[in-house]
Design a protein around this ligand. Structure first.
Ligand SMILES: Cc1cc2nc3c(=O)[nH]c(=O)nc-3n(C[C@H](O)[C@H](O)[C@H](O)COP(=O)(O)OP(=O)(O)OC[C@H]3O[C@@H](n4cnc5c(N)ncnc54)[C@H](O)[C@@H]3O)c2cc1C
Length: 409
């Protein structure tokens, strides 16, 4: 695959109309007045029948899980193969042209929270939380990061789960949690403290499902951030939160390799998704910059006539072609049922995120002073792009993953 098919282009055009009619008019509220993103995302789901498709896919996944549970099949057999991964990537790209924060919120709720429950959970757990999450009837958060762990997310984790009669008691703090302030359902990772004195770094990591309103669970208000204002991010505090044993994902402390494996599996999904987000930002910055270079006149000529401006436009186009090719190859591989390795997903993310930041920064330069004000939009895209180099693993952590893989060959 090297370009979108006619069918993809039709979906893309419909998405563009939706973005123009439904999102751009609300952008100010979403980006500057703290309007939570969920209603507009639900409208997207209703408009494009995504809710129904997600529910159908969920039912198939549930059925396979029930069958596999009865036959004790290995977990890998139960994976739902995306019928056309391009469709969801297209909505990521089109939403990112206008508000990458919407994609972050959606991706965490559906991709990470629902994805983890549906992969790791029992059929009962899928029905209890997964169905509403995939339909976007409820909002999900995925809580791994802590103030003192960050890049060292698994080793440095200190949130503890202590076994008690009927379940566990959780204590600790999570930070930077997307949808944290509004989430109805939270997938939360904690370290098992079984009293055997095992070094904290080596303790098993367990994944639990928590719900808004549980005693001792404190979901704090959204933080003020540099960008991605359409995506609420917050701290989550746990103070003696009792979770019954049926809230442990998989209802077994060793289910599918435990929480460490589950968290790492998500790294691949997240990192590949960042390439599509980057493409949306790059395409929009390029489009806006070319328009501006044609119309802004100085010394009697459009600034697009000046070679230093042309260089920026050409470099943006090179970035667009490269990132588009990464996305196309990801679509092809997904259709073939192939999952990228962690190193490959890291390479995609590292390159695409840096390219998006560079392109957005160059777009500001092409716009001059106008690039520095909200009205011309490139400043928002630049602020929004910046976090792509930080979340889902920093640039430096991608380098570590790639280098480790190369050196292990
Ligand atoms: C907007 C936003 C949304 C987020 N959403 C979520 C979410 O929903 N759920 C969740 O669990 N987390 C979330 N995160 C957390 C995110 O994944 C972390 O911010 C990220 O992993 C980096 O951790 P840190 O911020 O603690 O930085 P640190 O780990 O403290 O890193 C600081 C610096 O040190 C560098 N560094 C660290 N270790 C090394 C090393 N070994 N070698 C070289 N350099 C190193 C880093 O690359 C970085 O430059 C979100 C973050 C943001 C900003």
């Amino acid at each position: 695959m090297f370009e979108w098919s006619d069918e993809h282009r039709a979906i893309r055009d419909a998405l563009r109309r939706f973005v123009d009619e439904q999102i751009r008019p609300r952008l100010d509220d979403l980006e500057h007045h703290g309007e939570p993103p969920y209603e507009v995302l639900r409208l997207l789901y209703r408009t494009f029948g995504i809710r129904e498709m997600a529910l159908e896919s969920f039912e198939r996944q549930l059925e396979r899980k029930i069958r596999a549970t009865e036959q004790s099949e290995p977990a890998g057999e139960q994976r739902e193969r995306a019928s056309d991964p391009a469709a969801s990537l297209l909505s990521t790209i089109e939403l990112c042209r206008v508000s990458p924060g919407l994609v972050t919120s959606l991706g965490v709720s559906v991709g990470l929270a629902a994805g983890t429950i549906n992969k790791l959970g029992t059929p009962v757990q899928m029905e209890r939380w997964g169905r509403d999450l995939v339909a976007l009837d409820t909002v999900g958060a995925w809580a791994l990061t802590e103030p003192d762990s960050g890049s060292d997310a698994l080793g440095g984790m200190r949130t503890s789960a202590t076994r008690v009669e009927g379940g566990y008691v959780l204590n600790g703090q999570k930070t930077w949690i997307t949808n944290g302030p509004y989430a109805d359902t939270l997938v939360l990772y904690a370290k098992l403290d079984d009293g055997t004195g095992l070094d904290v770094r080596s303790r098993p990591v367990l994944a639990f499902v928590l719900e808004r309103g549980m005693d001792g669970l404190d979901q704090r208000a959204p933080m003020r951030k540099m960008g991605q204002h359409a995506s609420p991010t917050g701290d989550v505090f746990l103070s003696d939160v009792f979770v019954s044993a049926d809230r442990l994902l998989g209802e077994s402390e060793s289910a599918r390799g435990g929480g460490r494996t589950s968290a790492k599996d998500n790294f691949v999904t997240e990192r590949a998704g960042v390439a599509a987000m980057s493409l949306g930002i790059i395409e929009e910055c390029l489009r806006l910059s070319v328009d501006y270079a044609r119309t802004r006149t100085l010394w009697g000529q459009p600034i697009g006539d000046y070679q230093l401006v042309q260089l920026k436009l050409a470099q943006m186009e090179v970035a667009r072609v490269n990132v588009a090719n990464l996305v196309f190859s990801h679509v092809e591989r997904s259709l073939a049922g192939a999952t990228p390795t962690l190193a490959e997903a890291s390479a995609m993310k590292l390159y695409a995120a840096q390219a998006a930041c560079q392109v957005a920064d160059d777009a500001i330069q092409v716009f001059g002073g106008n690039g520095y004000v909200t009205e011309y939009r490139v400043e928002q895209l630049s602020r929004d792009a910046r976090v792509l180099r930080i979340y889902a693993g920093t640039d430096e952590m991608q380098v570590v993953a790639i280098a480790k893989d190369l050196l292990a060959r």
